[in-house]
Ligand binder design. Structure first.
Ligand code: ATP
Ligand code: MG
Length: 695
């Protein structure tokens, strides 16, 4: 089947058609850079319409070497695109750092002495350049027929009004503001308003419970909490204000803390029971105060290393960490990755489906696109509302050119059937993105063939909350793609695969994924917990930033994330990543989703326990179990065949959509009373469902 697929893809890639498609008239040099053609790989013909920044792996290699050998020259050139109120010092290195925990403390600084403002660069700079009339945010509500368009000028005015409100409440540089809102334009505007006055925003995903919200509020003690009365996600009504009220009650009881002000956007689309919850003196209605504010607001010029925001990690491997990013490095790194990885050009319409409550929503919904003066879509609802065609319908409605989503959404939509995709044209799309988890080849092919109709490259972007922006990703059209590989490091990113003793391995190999030197977007600390920062990232292997992920480098130098280090299973001395086994299970036609964990085994050391969600039309049977086992035996080897296959109706996921294997591990080992921190679990009923079924 694969061969036929490759044939289809290569049939329009003969040299003649390729050279005519190349913007520089050069024949295809892309395939020549791959040494190992036996791998399953894909080259997508370039289209003359797109003026590419990086056109070949050779050009990338030369730029990449510049970024490593001459980082100051490289980043200085890119940082100059932004407005700096006061230039950073160029008489000394642009970056100072210590990555060696034996010579503590760990620190990273970029663009020291420079003063700038991220909001000014994301809004004022474009308005001053005459682009105030360009659409900035195209908003689509949960229900059909709800939408709005705001230009850069609109966004600037609105943001200034919010800034002025915060200033009127004595919020000053360094104060924290907690934002707990659905995906409405007020959310990114609230973030920008904080950035404008130097307040540190802490956005909490509006799917979190009162308990989880209270914990995050107590962690940073914000002066103001910004929220919304209520909203709809799919057909579910979320009473946000009620949750906030409970959370603030918990904060009072536990640490006698209350924010001075709670600003509540009253959602005109949803009725709420505001009378019962209104707290005089604390709560203010957005619509009463914001429109009265002046549409011009002062800018707080921030030193490059002043904090911009704090944000919690997803909590896949443990208690979420409150990551802190700073102004200068984050601004430059988020904007530059956006521009190159999504090949952003004027006129493009970009849509990243991430919620602003996650780092992807900070970097690729808000800061990266707006710093590049992009037009972007934000959507309030879920992919399957009112049906599984909603994403594709929105793409047609707004003529989206680049679409970026997560493997969990791709798998959900794949299992809903192709007819939902095919109903819509998707002809505006030029590229697709994936982020958040390894994308298994079956989902990759579906995304590529059905959604992108084989004409759109997929940028599989690997990164973390802590890295600020993408670290490993293809540059579209510049080199062949391999389904499941994030391919090559971004400029300035020095990857290292190390063994268990911390020695770097070279050539094709597998190891712990580490990063050797500092890049501008690296998190500078964990909020008020620098010790945990040093412990989590710098003490496993001295001299490196340790990512916590495992990774393989193939003969072509491509990187393949194999999953979390904690998730590696050792069966009879064979180290095998969960991702590898899951990928085979996922490829089974009856499988909608699968996750595997290790369980103690008397003979083998560890055995494999698989949780499998079946496609709607499939039902569990002994034959099916055997057929799953056979596919693992055939694709990997008998040793990797799961001991147990547990048919379940869903997998426990973080609210950002990642499988929480640490919970599954406990369930598989029978430790039901000690499931660990569940605050980031999206749907607790999934656990009950699993516990109520027998493997
Ligand atoms: P926590 O750090 O609290 O355990 P988390 O690591 O899930 O949570 P995030 O920062 O949101 O929090 O996720 C980063 C992780 O997501 C990466 O370390 C990696 O495991 C996974 N990841 C992200 N993108 C990709 C990708 N393209 N391919 C493979 N894995 C990815
Ligand atoms: Mg992590």
């Amino acid at each position: 089947k694969l061969e036929t697929r490759l044939k289809i893809i290569f049939s329009h890639l003969n040299a003649a058609s390729f050279s005519s498609l190349s913007p520089f008239g050069a024949p295809c040099s892309q395939t020549s850079t791959l040494q190992h053609k036996d791998d399953d790989y894909v080259v997508i013909p370039r289209n003359l319409k797109y003026s590419l920044r990086v056109t070949s792996r050779e050009q990338y290699a030369s730029m990449y070497m510049d970024s490593i050998r001459e980082p100051d020259m490289f980043w200085n050139k890119l940082a100059k695109d932004f407005f700096w109120k006061k230039e950073y010092a160029t008489s000394q290195p642009l970056c100072k750092f210590n990555f060696d925990a034996r010579k503590s403390p760990i620190f990273v600084e970029w663009f020291r002495g420079g003063y700038t403002n991220v909001c000014y660069n994301a809004l004022d700079r474009h308005v001053i350049a005459g682009r105030g009339g360009q659409p900035a945010l195209l908003w689509e509500g949960n229900d059909l027929g709800q939408d709005s368009c705001s230009t850069y000028q609109d966004l600037l005015n609105y943001t200034c009004q919010i800034s002025n409100f915060l200033l009127s409440k004595n919020v000053v540089k360094g104060d924290r503001v907690c934002i707990y809102m659905p995906m409405i334009p007020e959310l990114p505007c609230g973030m920008l308003a904080c950035a404008r006055i130097g307040a540190i925003h802490s956005v909490v995903f509006a799917g979190f419970s009162a308990e989880a919200l209270a914990g995050r509020i107590l962690d940073c003690c914000p002066k103001v909490v910004i929220t919304c009365s209520a909203f709809k996600r799919g057909n579910k009504l979320v009473d946000l204000m009620g949750i906030v009220d409970t959370a603030l009650q918990l904060c009072l009881e536990r640490e006698n803390f209350s924010p001075e002000t709670c600003l509540i956007y009253e959602n005109p689309r949803v009725a709420s029971n505001k009378d019962t919850l209104w707290k005089e003196g604390r709560d203010l209605r957005w619509q009463d105060v914001i429109p009265c504010m002046d549409k011009k607001a002062p800018v707080e010029w921030m030193e490059a290393e002043d904090p911009l925001f704090m944000l919690y990690t997803s909590g896949s491997t443990g208690k979420p960490k409150g990551v802190v990013h700073t102004v200068g490095g984050y601004m430059v790194y988020s904007a530059v990755t956006f521009k190159y990885i999504f090949d952003h050009q004027p006129g493009d319409v970009f849509w990243c489906t991430a919620d602003c409550g996650w780092i992807t929503g900070h970097t690729y919904v808000t800061y990266g696109p707006l710093l590049n003066c992009a037009t972007c879509v934000i959507y309030e609802g879920i992919p399957t509302w009112p049906d599984a065609g909603r994403y594709w319908q929105i793409i047609d409605k707004f003529n989206v050119t680049a679409f970026h989503t997560a493997p969990t959404a791709i798998r959900t939509l794949e299992s809903s059937g192709d007819e939902f995709v095919k109903k819509h044209s998707r002809k505006s799309l030029k590229l697709l993105g994936s982020v958040g988890e390894p994308i298994n080849p079956k989902a990759w092919w579906w995304y590529f063939e059905v959604v992108g109709e084989k004409r759109c490259p997929i940028v599989d972007t690997w990164w973390q909350t802590e890295t600020g922006a993408t670290m490993i990703s293809p540059l579209p059209w510049a080199w062949p793609l391999k389904p499941g590989s994030a391919t090559l490091p971004f400029f300035g990113v020095q990857l290292a695969l190390v063994d268990e003793n911390g020695n770097e391995k070279h050539g094709p190999c597998e190891g712990f994924l580490c990063i050797k030197g500092p890049w501008p977007g690296i998190a500078r600390t964990l909020y008020q917990n620098h010790e945990r920062y040093e412990e989590s990232y710098f003490k496993t292997f001295y001299g490196y930033y340790t990512t916590g992920d495992g990774c393989r480098r193939d003969d072509d130098g491509y990187y393949w994330i194999t999953g979390r280090i904690d998730d590696v299973i050792n069966v009879s001395g064979h180290r095998i990543s969960t991702g590898e086994v899951e990928s085979v299970l996922n490829a089974h036609p009856a499988c909608a989703e699968a996750a595997v964990v290790g369980i103690p085994h008397k003979v083998k050391g560890q055995g494999i326990y698989a949780f499998v969600v079946l496609m709607k039309e499939a039902s569990a049977s002994e034959e099916l179990r055997i057929s799953f086992l056979q596919s693992v035996r055939k694709e990997i080897g008998s040793f990797a065949a799961p001991e147990i296959i547990h048919w379940v109706t869903g997998l426990p996921k973080t609210r950002s959509g990642k499988v929480m294997r640490r919970i599954l591990r406990k369930i598989a080992c029978g430790e039901f009373d000690n499931l660990g921190d569940l605050s980031s679990l999206a749907d607790p009923s999934v656990i009950d469902d699993i516990l109520n079924t027998k493997p």
